[in-house]
Unconditional design. Structure first.
Length: 279
């Protein structure tokens, strides 16, 4: 399976996982959602280790744990943003920063995409910016600064997560993800202990929380294999198009309104995928 196909599938699943995560945080406490969803992801990656190729090593676990720390900060802030702001605004805003960090890193460390692929990268950036535009709310107040700031910092954490996973040995398979989950669960559990926050889920939220974690881990597996097969600059752009699926789910499940600009952004996202795939 090509890096483009893996990254595109990753984006779809990431977006779906974020939708479920947003639903869970509207029903339960953020730290409880993060820890329980991460536990669901840990169970999935533990089950996949014997059946997927890969060699454990100190480097694989170390890079994975470093990425887990970055990802933990990212997901706590992201879920908090989803719980207090519009999904169709928070998810794309996070993705913009999450895309910028690995793209810049990839270009600085030697990635040289073809001219056609670079056009796809630029189109992908426009796509993320367009779907980030808030729908016309008929004169109501705009998005709050708090959730937007959380989304930006969250995106930086996710971008660091993508870069650090890419630095793991190419033959390590899914072992870095095991390290990432162990580190992120330990960090968030420690944060909950220090702040005296309960990790007990609200009744009725457990199923959607576990679903978010399992889908997130499935997307992480696809990303890791895509990053091992292709340039980080291109893979990161494709993965960062995940808000399109979050946005569409928010529209059809929650009834959040989409503006013509956002719909155009979804179209640009499809064009970016086509250009990068053709390169």
């Amino acid at each position: 399976m090509t890096a483009v196909a893996l990254a595109t599938a990753c984006a779809v699943i990431f977006g779906t996982a974020d939708f479920f995560g947003g639903l869970a945080t509207r029903r339960s406490k953020v730290l409880a959602v993060v820890v329980l969803s991460q536990l669901g992801g840990l169970l999935l990656v533990a089950a996949l280790l014997p059946v997927l190729p890969g060699h454990p090593s100190t480097a694989a676990l170390a890079w994975g744990m470093a990425s887990g720390v970055a990802g933990a900060f990212g997901i706590v802030l992201f879920y908090r943003g989803l719980a207090t702001g519009m999904m169709s605004v928070i998810a794309p805003t996070t993705a913009t920063t999450a895309m910028a960090v690995p793209v810049v890193f990839g270009l600085l460390t030697g990635d040289r995409p073809s001219p056609l692929a670079l056009v796809g990268v630029v189109l992908g950036l426009f796509a993320v910016l367009l779907v980030s535009r808030e729908p016309d709310n008929g004169g109501a107040s705009g998005p709050k600064a708090g959730p937007i700031l959380a989304a930006l910092v969250s995106g930086a954490g996710f971008g660091g997560f993508f870069v650090l996973l890419k630095l793991a040995p190419a033959d390590s398979g899914t072992w870095p993800l095991l390290g990432a989950r162990i580190a992120s669960i330990a960090l968030v559990a420690l944060l909950a202990l220090v702040t005296r926050r309960s990790l007990r889920p609200v009744p009725g939220s457990l199923t959607v929380t576990i679903a978010a974690g399992v889908l997130d881990m499935a997307a992480n597996v696809l990303y890791l294999f895509a990053a091992q097969r292709g340039m980080l600059t291109l893979v990161a752009v494709l993965v960062s198009l995940y808000p399109a699926s979050t946005l569409l789910l928010a529209r059809y499940v929650l009834g959040e309104r989409l503006s013509p600009v956002q719909i155009t952004g979804v179209g640009f996202a499809l064009g970016a995928i086509a250009l990068i795939a053709a390169a």
